[in-house]
Design a protein around this ligand. Structure first.
Ligand code: ADP
Length: 475
């Protein structure tokens, strides 16, 4: 089938989070299954630094064929050539509606230019949400007569980001005012791109089954649960995969020493070197907790910071890597200052250190308040680093509480969102780490064998696209 991805990020060209991991890896996995995939994204300043050489198609697009069946196209415009993708230290760019309207229009015009008419346009996040509306309003401009209108699938990677703009910017979309209504983009007198995308796309999926249910409730719906319930029968959840070419301790070039199930002692070498490099007390028996992620409310950073004060008194060590809200950065700096030999806070976006943390830690922390899928816990499985998670979204679908009696489960899970419950789960993990070494080692090996490859997810998407294809219609 012919599939087009419209995304604002993809590894290795631009990344702020999991969206980039998905849009970098899923197209390749689909290509391996025989799907023909075109990925369209903006050409940011970061793109030429990816190490991948691009070719010029024309004044509007660059491109690169990354595999037999997969080609990436980059929309060129000065408005994408900025320090950040969506904003800088002063906040979101005020012209983001103009930037991503332009991106959506250029994505649609590409198909005629390269004579590639997708059967499904797979739109990701609010940045691509105007595509189904533009097809509705101007479909004929993009798809000649007799071409079947493509089916639009919207993937919501995180409902908390909706693309909200003042009503007086509506002209930037080029859509007439009828699209600014309760059954369109209007949301409390503002433009809400995600809402428009939900209502105008043919199908919707989220990145885990549990999250697809949760977003239809008031608690997790971020104000859009009512809109989502209207489309309930068109919503499903497909769990993300991990790119094991990038995330595999056996061949990971960022590690001090590679390891696998057959030489777990080399995982320990990574731990000792990490402790040393970050000037923590060095010792194989000191339980080392790791965290890699955006420092935002969603990720439970305050819970980590507060709990660490107690856990450090019990002799635990922690390596934290992340950037985000200033208040969390300050909170973590403070904990690291109080326990300089036990807590290393690295306020940075650093891929190499991320790999070393997944490998060198004993336990990976993921106490997210909500989590659409979460990649951190899946990566930590592969590195034999036992995750401690809150039971929510994709974490609930992938991490199951370990029961020592029957040696069942693959991590440690807490179900009440309190500091006490989180600390108890970490302590339970540490108890096993410190006092039941054989069981701990068996658990490490067990999680390293789990398979969350993209191949599996891509097969599910491929089947899903086939179902959608039959639902398309001629404009
Ligand atoms: P989200 O998409 O909500 O940010 P995910 O768990 O789905 O969360 O994906 C986060 C991805 O970004 C992971 O690959 C993680 O390792 C990476 N990451 C997050 N913060 C950093 C950082 N500061 N440095 C390096 N990698 C990071």
């Amino acid at each position: 089938m012919k599939i087009a991805f419209a995304t604002s990020e993809a590894v290795p060209f631009a990344k702020t989070g999991g969206l980039a991991d998905v849009c970098g890896a899923l197209p390749l996995a689909l290509g391996d299954l025989g799907e023909e995939v075109v990925v369209v994204m903006p050409k940011y300043t970061s793109v030429p630094h990816s190490g991948v050489v691009l070719r010029t198609l024309n004044a509007d697009y660059d491109y690169v064929r990354v595999s037999e069946n997969v080609t990436f196209y980059f929309v060129k415009a000065d408005m994408f050539l900025r320090k950040g993708f969506y904003g800088d230290e002063n906040g979101d760019y005020p012209d983001n509606l103009r930037r991503f309207s332009f991106f959506c229009k250029k994505t649609l015009s590409l198909f005629k230019t390269i004579n590639f008419y997708p059967e499904v346009i797979h739109c990701h996040e609010w940045q691509a949400c105007l595509i189904p509306l533009f097809i509705h309003a101007f479909g004929r401009d993009y798809f000649p007569e007799k071409i079947k209108r493509p089916h639009t699938l919207l993937t919501i990677h995180n409902l908390a980001y909706q693309g909200i703009f003042p009503q007086d910017q509506m002209f930037e979309t080029g859509l007439d005012s009828t699209y600014f209504s309760v059954s369109g983009l209007e949301f409390f007198n503002q433009i809400n791109l995600l809402k428009g995308g939900i209502l105008y796309s043919d199908s919707i999926n989220t990145v885990s089954p549990t999250y697809s249910e949760q977003i239809q409730t008031e608690e997790f719906g971020c104000g859009l649960d009512g809109v989502l319930r209207q489309k309930s029968e068109h919503i499903c959840g497909i769990i993300n995969g991990v790119d094991y070419k990038l995330w595999n301790p056996q061949g990971d070039t960022h590690l001090v020493k590679n390891y696998s199930i057959n030489n777990m002692e080399d995982k320990l070498v990574n731990k000792l070197k990490l402790q040393e490099a970050l000037r923590l007390d060095v010792g194989e028996d000191l339980p080392l907790l790791g965290f890699v992620g955006r420092l935002v409310e969603q990720k439970g950073v305050d819970l980590i910071a507060k709990s660490l004060l107690e856990l450090c008194r019990e002799g635990v060590e922690a390596v934290i890597l992340g950037t985000g809200d200033k208040k969390y950065e300050a909170q973590l700096k403070d904990v690291a200052k109080q326990y300089p030999k036990q807590v290393s806070f690295n306020c940075d976006f650093n891929d190499k250190l991320a790999h070393q943390i997944y490998a060198g830690s004993d336990i990976f922390l993921m106490p997210s308040r909500f989590e659409p899928c979460g990649i951190g816990q899946l990566i930590s499985f592969k590195y034999g680093t036992i995750p401690v998670c809150f039971k929510t979204g994709g974490l609930a679908d992938t991490v199951f509480d370990y029961d020592s009696k029957i040696q069942d489960g693959n991590g440690f899970v807490f179900t009440m969102y309190t500091e006490g419950a989180f600390i108890l789960a970490v302590e339970k993990a540490i108890e096993l780490f410190s006092n039941k070494k054989e069981e701990w080692n068996a658990l490490m090996k067990k999680i390293m064998r789990l398979n969350f490859s993209w191949k599996k997810s891509a097969m599910t998407y491929s089947e899903f696209y086939k179902e959608l294809k039959h639902l398309g219609y001629v404009i």
